[in-house]
Write a protein that binds this ligand. Structure first.
Ligand SMILES: Nc1ncnc2c1ncn2[C@@H]1O[C@H](COP(=O)(O)OP(=O)(O)O)[C@@H](O)[C@H]1O
Ligand SMILES: [Mg+2]
Ligand SMILES: [Zn+2]
Length: 372
């Protein structure tokens, strides 16, 4: 329950609250101040990076009754409140992924000729717009060629390469970026504080790491953790909840590789499965560990602390010593080869007949190799 609530509860309601995406916010707020808002926007980028969020803020900003010379919506006037509560007839959200939008686009073509019911602008947000049918695209194209002055389209997509060029060229395009770890950690820290939960930095970093650049995913994970734990959350608790294997399992695996002990490694992989861990997670942890090893290896002695803060802030002093020590026994070429093999294996685990097979194959392949 709580994890659902968190990311809705903390959806930014004004431009100033949006994390990162500075280039987009800058251009949009300038356009609002100059009264030069475009009639069609294309928001591209991975999920959970703020496309829907920014689209709704824009819808409020153009319709806000109290905005005056500011670019921020007031979030208090009837127009803002109506939109925040999802009750406005003039903010129409179409999810092209769920029904491919045929009926909606037809309605849209007919409805578009009428003025907004109450607000200044009718705003159409078309989510996963690349999923629209060809007919829907054609209908949309006709509308985009001559958009009525009271209408704004915001098309959002995670796969812009599937959008027809004719549509793209009629929109003002913005690329939403994934977040760096520190952005996500900051946001989580803010939410934890608001929720009066104590959670240490390494724990936040582990959550952020697992979110793969999406704030929404990080917020969901934080919600899961908060729902299950007390008001004082530690790294160990997060590790348990996320099912991430303790780093010592990864260290042990690397030791098998160093000893060229394929039989030991294969036994170990099967033991991990028996103990109920997720092999995909384990492989991700292994890749992450080897990545740190590779990068720390390239750092000179005086740079190690800097790199450590950058890529391994969650490591304890002993873990840092271990990764450096193991790293000395590999060449950079070895590490790159290992990373390539494990990245490939990680991709295959989900679809493999036996989830352990891709990892077992890596071990056999390594054993037959002269260089490692
Ligand atoms: N740039 C951002 N700043 C702050 N929170 C964000 C941002 N992007 C996403 N979020 C969080 O993730 C949730 C989902 O974001 P959303 O805008 O729906 O992503 P998208 O439409 O790109 O998939 C939001 O409710 C908010 O909690
Ligand atoms: Mg969205
Ligand atoms: Zn307002």
């Amino acid at each position: 329950m709580e994890n659902l609530v968190l990311y809705r509860k903390y959806r930014p309601k004004s431009f100033g609250e949006v994390v990162n995406q500075k280039h987009i916010i800058q251009t949009l707020t300038n356009a609002i101040l100059l009264g030069k808002v475009a009639h069609a926007y294309l928001f591209c980028g991975p999920r959970g990076t703020g496309k829907t969020t920014v689209a709704r803020i824009l819808a409020k900003a153009v319709n806000c009754e109290e905005r005056g010379k500011n670019f921020e919506p007031c979030n208090k006037c009837p127009a803002c409140v109506e939109i925040n509560e999802g009750k406005s007839m003039d903010l129409i959200e179409i999810d092209a992924a769920s029904n491919r939008g045929i009926d909606e686009i037809r309605e849209l073509r007919e409805g578009i000729r009428f003025s907004p019911a109450r607000l200044k602008y009718k705003v159409f947000i078309i989510d996963e717009a690349h999923m629209l049918t060809r007919e829907a695209f054609n209908a949309l194209l006709k509308t985009l060629e001559e958009p009525p002055s009271h209408v704004i389209f915001i098309l959002a997509t995670t796969e812009v390469h599937k959008m027809p060029q004719t549509i793209i060229s009629r929109c003002q395009r913005f690329n939403f970026h994934k977040f760096v770890l520190s952005d996500i950690v900051e946001r989580l820290k803010f939410i934890a504080k608001e929720e009066k939960v104590k959670i240490d930095k390494p724990a936040l970093e582990l959550i952020a790491l697992n979110a793969d650049g999406a704030i929404r995913d990080a917020e969901s994970l934080l919600g899961q953790v908060m729902a299950m734990e007390d008001k004082d959350i530690t790294l160990e608790e997060v590790q348990t909840i996320l099912g991430t294997v303790d780093i010592s399992a990864v260290v042990e695996m690397v030791n098998f590789i160093l000893k060229r002990d394929a039989a030991g490694a294969i036994t170990f992989i099967n033991k991990i499965i028996e103990e109920g861990y997720d092999l995909g997670q384990f492989t991700k942890s292994l890749i992450n560990y080897l990545r740190k090893m590779m990068i720390l290896k390239t750092a000179g002695n005086q740079e190690i602390e800097k790199f450590r803060n950058l890529i391994a802030p969650e490591f304890t002093q002993e873990q840092l010593a271990t990764v450096l020590e193991q790293g000395q026994k590999f060449s950079s070429g070895d590490l790159i080869k290992l990373l390539r093999l494990f990245i490939e294996a990680e991709n295959q685990i989900k679809s493999a007949v036996f989830p352990q097979l891709p990892l077992e194959m890596v071990m056999v392949e390594l054993l037959g190799d002269e260089h490692i």
